[in-house]
Design a protein around this ligand. Structure first.
Ligand SMILES: Nc1nc2c(ncn2[C@@H]2O[C@H](COP(=O)(O)OP(=O)(O)O)[C@@H](O)[C@H]2O)c(=O)[nH]1
Ligand SMILES: [Mg+2]
Length: 317
């Protein structure tokens, strides 16, 4: 472990890949690694791009990489596909679209896929972002398909979430239903070369007003990633939102809330792990069967764990 951390400090790219694989696989020494990594963080700019498949997220990321590199900053991209159990499929397409940056040392592209639970993927992605930060990348971009709860969790990792929509696709409704609207910090109308841009923009404006944020109005940016149009504006808006978070009182309190949520989440995970272990250790004598009242069972087991399980003989491990 110590050796791996040292190699990360030396900016060994293979150590970076290895470290991310460790969090992806929930390696037993993961927490030790993350603890070391946490103090190495340099606080990069964390950006998330979400939206329906085919909206043009990967094409946008590819253009953003060029835009960011032109300012001298380095970029890591984490492409997450919760719908795919393998790092193939859609991500293969992403690789092709981001191909031109493969020989650039200032760019690192990594895909992550579901190994265990979706919740686990969100956690692993967050850890991967921190590892990339500790490694020294200036900007970290997370790309994910916006379809459900796991994407919401994944997007909680980043500071600035951009929701990518396209004209005439009906994806606004889908994204609205999935609750993605609430986590959007800015909207991107990509494929602005297609018909229906005005209509989508009007709809988004309405939504932005309806769900008005008292601290800051959310921007709507038009892009044509195939023609490299609007990318500079998109990057400016990302930076503006980042500045809001880090330079204003409202932004600070928002980050505090975020931090609190993360701590609660980690506590929940720990408790869950312990209660589950306790139940499983007792299951043989008191099995859980189909058809039993789950509410009562959950209550009973939790009570039993509080009384007997919290101070087990092995010191709470
Ligand atoms: N007309 C048009 N097509 C685009 C634009 N941006 C991306 N595309 C195309 O949309 C398709 C899906 O793009 P991709 O970046 O893979 O979408 P993702 O699934 O959201 O990552 C590709 O064929 C792109 O070439 C755009 O601004 N205009
Ligand atoms: Mg993609």
């Amino acid at each position: 472990m110590h050796a791996l951390v040292e190699r990360l400090k030396q900016k060994d790219i293979r150590a970076l890949a290895r470290a991310i694989t460790m969090v992806e696989n929930d390696h037993p020494e993961k927490l030790e690694l993350l603890h070391a990594v946490f103090s190495m963080q340099k606080h990069a700019i964390y950006v998330g791009l979400t939206g329906s498949p085919g909206a043009g997220k990967s094409s946008l990321v590819n253009r953003l990489i060029a835009e960011i590199r032109a300012t001298g900053k380095t970029v890591a991209v984490i492409a997450v596909d919760p719908t795919s159990p393998f790092s193939g499929g859609a991500l293969l397409g992403d690789r092709v679209r981001m191909n031109e940056h493969f020989t650039d040392d200032g760019v690192y592209i990594r895909s992550m896929a579901t190994r265990g639970s979706l919740g686990g993927l969100a956690r692993a992605t967050k850890d991967a972002v921190r590892i990339c930060d500790a490694f020294g990348f200036d900007v970290i971009i997370v790309e994910t398909v916006g379809v459900g709860q796991s994407e919401l969790d994944i997007m909680k990792i980043v500071d600035t979430t951009a929701v990518v929509l396209t004209p005439n696709s009906g994806d606004v409704l889908q994204i609205f239903k999935a609750g993605i609207m609430e986590i959007a910090d800015l909207f991107v109308i990509n494929k602005a070369d297609l018909h229906g841009v005005g209509k989508l923009r009007a709809l988004l404006r309405e939504l932005v007003m309806m769900t008005a944020d008292k601290d800051r109005e959310r921007a709507i940016v038009k892009t044509i990633s195939t023609e490299n149009k609007g990318i500079d504006k998109l990057w400016q808006e990302i930076l503006a939102h980042h500045n809001f978070l880090y330079e204003t009182k409202e932004g600070k309190s928002r980050r505090d809330d975020q931090q609190q949520l993360e701590v609660y989440e980690l506590i929940r995970e720990e408790i869950w792990r312990e209660v589950k272990q306790f139940v499983e250790a007792n299951e043989e004598s008191r099995p859980i069967r189909a058809g039993q009242d789950p509410y009562q069972l959950a209550k009973d087991w939790f009570e039993k764990w509080k009384q007997e399980g919290r101070c087990p003989q092995d010191g709470g491990k």
